[in-house]
Ligand binder design. Structure first.
Ligand SMILES: [Zn+2]
Ligand SMILES: [Zn+2]
Length: 254
């Protein structure tokens, strides 16, 4: 079979086709709809510059921005209710500003190319902010199969695919399943969220995670209840350490 990128005539044709597409349907910024310049990718320079990175310091456990709060215990008021099963949770971005339409595009509008884009932010974050952690494997937070069938993909798994390649460690989407189809967390009151996800996950293939330090990957950290429930299943199945990593963290309603 001829590799498209290797055959000069096909390659020229493909490039011409892409140029025509760009001419008739110019790529627009995901956030502000401005026409993108040739060196811009999904976001214009201004929106890209407006990405809201997590302000420091953060809670050592849940990664919440502390601002000027001083905490006396090891956990903060934003930590999920105890017991907390993940060892730490982190997110490079706040779920606010230009990243929001990008996450929505990935999650609901089949813009799977955003998975690679966001995985680069996660990769950079791991290499700089988490360089002392020795991770062994990545487990994406699974969707219930009904939601998976409806959507056709799991956005956390899609990001994990690129992250696993860049970090050179296995992606294990099959080890854990979501056995209960819980309503989206955002539609529930805070007190009901923990109950909503308790026992929602089960590990079916414990061998690859036994005694391993797992990156539990999700797109958005909301209250931590979902990640905590998934971390609980991983720990029960023998994972030695679980780092919950989300692309962004929802800002707490004032
Ligand atoms: Zn823009
Ligand atoms: Zn905390």
């Amino acid at each position: 079979m001829i590799e498209l990128e290797e055959h000069p005539i096909l390659k020229k044709g493909w490039e011409l086709y892409q140029d025509l597409l760009d001419f008739f349907f110019p790529p627009l910024c995901l956030s502000c709809d401005e026409r993108l310049l040739p060196d811009e990718e999904y976001y214009c320079g201004i929106c890209y510059g407006d990405f809201e990175y997590m302000p420091r310091p953060v809670c050592a456990v849940c990664g919440a921005p502390l601002g000027s709060r001083v905490i006396e215990k090891d956990t903060c008021p934003d930590c999920p209710p105890k017991p907390i099963y993940f060892d730490l949770a982190r997110a490079p971005l706040l779920y606010d500003g230009p990243v929001v339409p990008g996450v929505i595009a990935l999650k609901f509008n089949h813009r799977l190319e955003m998975a690679e884009y966001f995985s680069r932010i996660l990769f950079y974050y791991i290499k700089t902010e988490m360089k002392d952690e020795a991770f062994d494997a990545i487990v994406p937070v699974p969707l219930h199969f009904k939601r998976y069938l409806k959507r056709g993909y799991n956005q956390a798994e899609e990001m994990g695919r690129f992250l696993s390649k860049n970090l050179g460690m296995p992606l294990l989407p099959e080890v854990m399943k979501r056995i209960r189809n819980t309503p989206p967390q955002t539609r529930l009151e805070h007190s009901r969220r923990k109950k909503n996800v308790a026992g929602a996950f089960e590990v079916f293939y414990p061998d690859p995670i036994k005694d391993r330090h797992i990156i539990l990957l999700d797109d958005v950290y909301t209250t931590g209840s979902t990640l905590n429930a998934a971390a609980s299943a991983l720990k029960s199945a023998g994972a030695s350490k679980v780092t919950a990593l989300a692309l962004c963290r929802a800002i707490k309603a004032p």
